[in-house]
Design a protein around this ligand. Structure first.
Ligand SMILES: C[C@@](CO)(OP(=O)(O)O)[C@H](O)COP(=O)(O)OP(=O)(O)OC[C@H]1O[C@@H](n2ccc(N)nc2=O)[C@H](O)[C@@H]1O
Ligand SMILES: Nc1ncnc2c1ncn2[C@@H]1O[C@H](COP(=O)(O)OP(=O)(O)O)[C@@H](O)[C@H]1O
Length: 292
């Protein structure tokens, strides 16, 4: 096999996100549900005759060298070299970028995770899922989740994950048109870091009954982000008229769950023209699994 086309890099929504504390190294201890949705970027991989790793699509604001896709590919290339003593073939990577940057949808992390999974396959590198997750973690806290590949409850800094069956529903997502830098939210002096840890005993049924449409928990990053970025607050207020509306991750995107696609269409029809908005279906599993 010399190419892998149309590899999905789906977005995630944080159905709730609790900040429970801070580690000595400054990283925050979280509890969250990562919900996979059927909306995202698409990547295409084509092997080269040399050993170069190249991005063949322009991504405004992200130079090739700092792109998480390229950095992920280089990490895997170095790992293969270390283990086998030989460099794998080079690769051209094209991307259809759909997800907004700094949107809290995990776009960059999902692109990197798809790159690691696709190249592990194309290069026949043989890394286990756990090894790929560990390789990706230093590049971004959300990367292990996308490689884990299932809607999941996560704890710690996001590395301890258990699959969860979230409600089979649709989401309306609004892009408020601002990019929120994750680090600025986490280092705010106004961030609360003391939400009590939720102890889950009956895992399979407990969460299914409590998250999703009923809006379990809250997003502790939302208060800080809405103060710094008023368009996020405005979008939450507008969408709040149709259900429980909240921010995903560190923002900026805002979502609300609805039971059916028709309900999603009805809300979308009313979204003010100044915002980009779309619908997405809840997914249990990463769609790349069917391709590899
Ligand atoms: C908040 C979350 C929730 O899903 O998502 P996003 O909104 O960014 O998608 C993630 O935990 C973010 O993941 P990611 O965007 O990959 O963040 P990273 O690049 O790893 O970290 C950016 C910065 O955020 C802070 N950070 C991140 C994660 C964490 N648990 N504690 C932190 O304090 C650190 O200052 C770090 O330098
Ligand atoms: N392939 C990529 N796609 C998106 N962002 C990238 C990529 N590579 C590097 N980045 C950088 O990562 C930052 C965070 O992007 P992203 O993951 O989309 O946001 P978020 O973590 O809020 O969902 C961007 O502002 C950009 O500078």
């Amino acid at each position: 096999m010399t190419s892998l086309k149309n590899c999905p890099a789906p977005a995630k929504l944080n159905l709730f996100l609790h900040v429970n504390g801070r580690r000595a190294d400054g990283y925050h201890l979280l509890q969250t549900v990562f919900q996979l949705i059927d909306h995202g970027d698409t990547l295409h991989f084509e092997l080269r005759d040399d050993h170069q790793i190249r991005r063949v699509t322009e991504l405004p604001g992200v130079p090739e060298e700092s792109d998480l896709i390229i950095r992920a590919a280089r990490l895997l290339q170095a790992d293969v070299l270390r283990r086998t003593g030989a460099l794998p073939p080079g690769v051209n990577i094209a991307i259809d970028k759909v997800l907004p940057m700094g949107g809290g949808l995990g776009g960059g992390s999902s692109d990197a995770a798809t790159t690691l999974m696709a190249l592990n396959h194309l290069w026949q590198a043989g890394l286990s899922k756990e090894a790929l997750m560990a390789l990706g973690l230093p590049l971004g806290a959300d990367i292990p989740f996308f490689i884990f590949g299932q809607t999941a409850f996560a704890e710690g800094v996001g590395e301890a994950m258990r699959p969860v069956k979230a409600p089979d529903c649709w989401y309306v997502v609004i892009e408020p048109g601002v990019a929120v830098p994750t680090a600025a939210i986490f280092c705010s002096e106004h961030l609360t870091r003391d939400t009590p840890v939720v102890i889950i005993t009956d895992f399979s049924s407990h969460l299914e009954n409590r998250i999703g449409l009923k809006g379990f928990g809250k997003n502790d990053l939302q208060q800080v982000a809405t103060k710094l970025f008023p368009p996020v607050a405005e979008a939450i207020e507008w969408l709040g008229a149709y259900g429980d509306a909240r921010m995903t991750g560190s923002g900026a995107c805002v979502f609300s769950a609805v039971a059916t696609e028709n309900e999603a269409d009805a809300v979308l029809a009313k979204v003010p023209a100044k915002w980009k908005a779309w619908k997405a279906k809840a997914l249990d599993r990463h769609p790349i699994i069917e391709k590899l």
